[in-house]
Ligand binder design. Sequence first.
Ligand code: NIG
Ligand code: FE
Length: 394
Amino acid sequence: MFDRVWTHANLATMEGEGLGVIEDGAIAARDGRIAWLGPRAALPGPAAETTDCGGAWILPGLIDCHTHLVFAGDRSDEFERRLAGEDYAAILQSGGGILSTVRATRAADEATLLAAARPRLAALMAEGVTTVEIKSGYGLERDTELRQLRVARRLAAELPVAVRTTLLAAHAVPPEFAGRRADYARLVAEEILPAAADLADAVDVFHDRLGFTTEETLRVADAARRIGRPVKLHGDQHADVGSAALAARLGALSVDHLEQANAAGLQAMGRAGTVAVLLPGACYFLREANRPDIAAMRAAGVRMAVASDMNPGSCPTVSLLLMLNFACTLFRLTVGEALRGVTRQAAAALGLDDRGRLAPGLRCDLALYAIARPAELCYWIGRNPCIGRVLEGH
Ligand code: NIG
Ligand code: FE
């Protein structure tokens, strides 16, 4: 006996190389896991509850594997400054940008941060997102970094969604450490990171010309290894600083951005199994001329995930579906690559093997869409055809 069955649905399982489509299928849940799936006519047993999906499509619940959705304030003023000709890097270097969000976030208590984050997460969920990664990185000192991570965990306790937390204390150099970047990296490694051990599932570093050097990144990565947390990098975004090769060498889960990564680095990622997380919304919003080298990634067998990068400075979006469209239009991903990028490969970017596909034994996290073909999820600009969401069978 199954707990619940969804019938009369087309399934995009993400198994095999493509979308793994099963037309006119059914899927059954027991104890929060997928118990069976296949053609509707072959459905084996009875279920306590049956839902007729009326020909809708079912995908694995979407996974947004890169967000900064816990922060206070916004940066629409900075957007106007950029429209008037200033650039992102210059604004950051003059104490704005990330640092202006740091000021607002430091001043916000837990309830304020929670209230600001809740509707952002709810918007992602309404599109079919069932797992979301949330980074800190707008505290740049211990207590605020921990507060951001606690809020991320509280969102998961409050809302029907799975949250993975990432400590990104090495996101920028805080004003009190101006001119002493290496000292701040040491503080991250020696003090902030150990204090976050119980709250962070992973550790991220902004390895970039505007962020931290290779040596500083290695120091933080080493501290992450000591507490048994995997590493992710924001890398090769504003310049090729060798993030791709560094991540491969570190056995990092992912490198995110990669607009300027070199081919040798991408080959190393392919060999190491490090996932490339593509963030087309940031390219769009910053009007970045450099694009990730998708052809080189394909040639190197690099797994490609797609994420929102939801943040107030470089990508103020609450739509992962819009990012599917951007991934196809700006980066020329195929529909199959884009949809696998927000399911199967996004799970890999978080080091999760219990979701992101439809297969017996995996978590029964589903997204239901009223569409005729999966390509519609990439095709529409700002339309949400999600009609249902299932988290662990509910
Ligand atoms: O992923 N280092 C980059 N971090 C964000 C931008 C954060 C911000 O501008 O507030 C990113 O693009
Ligand atoms: Fe980011």
